[in-house]
Ligand binder design. Structure first.
Ligand SMILES: *Cc1c(COP(=O)(O)O)cnc(C)c1O
Length: 432
């Protein structure tokens, strides 16, 4: 049942997270509430950074894909752990700036960055702009001249790889809205344009093949394709790529059947491919960048709810309703994501009750999980949903005018609110 190191059961039979009693946390902070374990977040960061140093001799950087979970406290943790960040909007750049993040270690992604966002990024000293398309490159040429500033870019290419994951989170294939295509010649055209532009400094290439990927072979394949592109660039332009960004997408445990390879195995195997392929191609090993998001925060977060209405439809199913749903976790309605739920106040009881966990929003598809085994539920129980640290708070909405829950960060014996719960007053703040 325990898919993350932060989970346990105490003598009261209550689920613990980061050694805190989750039933007590629910009472203290009210539900729904997101709880995160800073100890595990930092441990995950250190695993990546250590592995990066071991496998690339320090010639690389781990950047946290902050769309997974973004708030000021998180950018501070990432900075303290000596990592960079991947940001995808003016809003994420703004949040990182307000957290005092050193923006030269920020990498700006996105498939349709606006003129204003690009100007904001350049003026904020963002280290690299990840060029997604030719239109954006034209905007950047114009902006670099208007602001009389050299803009460092990395060009995002589609390596033409279909990773084994849900089609909505698969991004490396030709039919994708992300990045520049190799076959059409767009990718090489962008690279040549970047090399020729006076105030644009072309630094390297990027790919990201998708998310929640378990097969190390997919990453190895992508690495090989990318070094091949580096060789083509050198052959065609004489320029040797300095930086190779191989993206993120490492799978995590949402349920027991998920078995991700240890970070170090992935890092080792991929680094061997990069080094060997570079040697074969007569290229020097580039500065390597990786972009984990989910694997830094997902297992380090849980959501606590209170069970409300329970409806049994004979011979069909039992709906167990919680006081949140797609407004705080839209991943099931988006892509039927797998989640594990536990009745926190009955954590040492057998999970033999087949339930569909329903949210409170006015959508039939608003579920947390269908047909999943939990302990026998009663109204008033506290339900914990595991591995919600990534793409939950960051994807939350005010649908049905539900205020967003607080985010509470645990750190050993300490606990602190890093994002306050929204109030009804917050909901009408911008209403005229
Ligand atoms: C989302 C994203 C990531 C992170 O993906 P995870 O699955 O959270 O590790 C990294 N790079 C890019 C470009 C992304 O879009």
């Amino acid at each position: 049942m325990f898919i993350s190191d932060s989970l346990g059961v105490n003598e009261s039979g209550h689920l613990t997270f980061g050694n805190h009693d989750t039933v007590e946390l629910a009472g203290k902070y009210k539900t729904p509430v997101y709880i995160m374990d800073e100890v595990l977040i930092r441990k995950n960061c250190r695993n990546f950074v250590t592995s990066m140093n071991e496998n690339y001799g320090g010639n690389g950087r781990v950047i946290y894909a902050s769309k997974a979970f973004s708030c000021k406290a998180m950018y501070k943790i990432i900075n303290e752990e000596n990592m960079g960040i991947d940001v995808v909007s003016g809003g994420e750049i703004y949040t990182a700036l307000k957290a005092g993040f050193p923006m030269e270690k920020a990498y700006f992604h996105g498939s349709n960055k606006s003129y204003d966002e690009l100007v904001f990024a350049v003026n904020s000293g963002v280290g690299r702009i990840m060029v997604d398309n030719l239109y954006e490159l034209e905007l950047l040429k114009q902006i670099s001249e208007e602001l009389d500033t050299v803009v460092n870019v990395i060009v995002r290419v589609k390596p033409g790889i279909e990773a084994e994951t849900h089609s909505f989170i698969m991004t490396g294939q030709t039919d994708s809205k992300f990045g520049l295509d190799l076959d059409t010649g767009d990718a090489m055209k962008a690279i040549k344009t970047a090399l020729d532009a006076e105030k644009i400094s072309f630094k390297g290439i990027h790919c990201h093949i998708g998310s929640q990927i378990f097969a190390v072979e997919s990453f190895m394949h992508a690495a090989k394709v990318m070094v091949g592109i580096m060789k083509d660039i050198k052959d065609e332009t004489g320029y040797e790529v300095e930086e190779l960004d191989i993206g993120g997408g490492f799978g995590i445990r949402y349920a027991e059947e998920h078995k991700p390879a240890p970070f170090n195995e992935y890092m080792k195997k991929v680094s061997v491919v990069i080094k060997e392929e570079c040697e074969k191609a007569g290229l020097k090993t580039p500065f390597v960048i990786i972009e984990p998001g989910r694997s830094i925060v997902a297992e380090a977060g849980i959501t606590l709810y209170t069970v409300g209405a329970i409806k049994t439809i004979p011979d069909v199913r039992t709906y167990v309703s919680v006081d949140g749903g797609m407004c705080d976790n839209p991943r099931y309605i988006l892509y039927q994501s797998k989640y594990t739920a536990i009745i926190a106040n009955k954590a040492n009881e057998k999970a033999d009750f087949l339930a569909t966990i329903a949210g409170k929003c006015c959508e039939s598809g608003d579920m947390i999980q269908e047909h999943t085994y939990i302990q026998k539920p009663e109204s008033g129980d506290i339900m914990a949903v595991l591995s919600t640290g990534a793409y939950n708070y960051s994807m939350s909405s005010n649908y049905n005018r539900n205020p967003r829950p607080a985010v509470v960060m645990l750190n050993g014996d300490e606990e602190r609110i890093v994002v306050k719960a929204e109030t009804y007053e917050d909901l009408i703040r911008n209403d005229m």
